[in-house]
Every structure is written in C-alpha cells, then in structure tokens.
Design a binder for this molecule. Structure first.
Ligand SMILES: [Zn+2]
Length: 85
C-alpha cells in the first residue's frame, strides 16, 4: 500500500510488519488511514497499527529522500554559479 507522507511530501510503501506484504484490506483504493487506525493485512490477516507500519516505511524511504536532497543542493549550487561535481 502506498501512502502519501504529508510532512515530507513523499510516497511511502507501507508493508505488513508481520509478513512484509504490501497489500491491506482497505475500504477503497487509495484510502489513507488515520495514524491511530489498525489496518488488516490481506496476506496474513494480522492487524497492523498504521502509525507503526508507516514509521518503518518512512525509515526505509529516508535514504531515497537524502539522495533527493543532495540533488537539490547540487542544483542550488549550480544555479548560484558554483562548480559541483
Ligand atoms: Zn501480513
């Protein structure tokens, strides 16, 4: 399940903390659960605390975010006339 991380404006891929599946039983496609909600894994049937599953997903996304930030910084430097490798 992909959710939009409002704070950092990144899509994070939420996975079941029990089996690693990324499909959940949701009321409809694109449904964005509240942080305190429990979401049921459609693979193993375990209920995941959405906030916990989301946190794990965000941690895994951090590397990608850092890469993007780096690119942005390089762009900024280039704009201001610095030579960046
Ligand atoms: Zn599962």
């Amino acid at each position: 399940m992909q959710v939009y991380n409002m704070q950092d404006k990144y899509i994070v891929n939420v996975k079941c903390v029990f089996c690693g599946s990324n499909s959940f039983e949701l009321p409809y496609e694109g449904y964005q659960p509240e942080l305190h909600e429990m979401i049921k894994c459609s693979n193993c049937g375990n209920a995941n605390y959405f906030e916990a599953a989301r946190k794990v997903a965000i941690q895994k996304t951090v590397e990608v975010i850092e890469e993007d930030v780096h690119k942005e910084i390089v762009k900024m430097f280039k704009k201001s006339g610095f030579k960046v490798k």
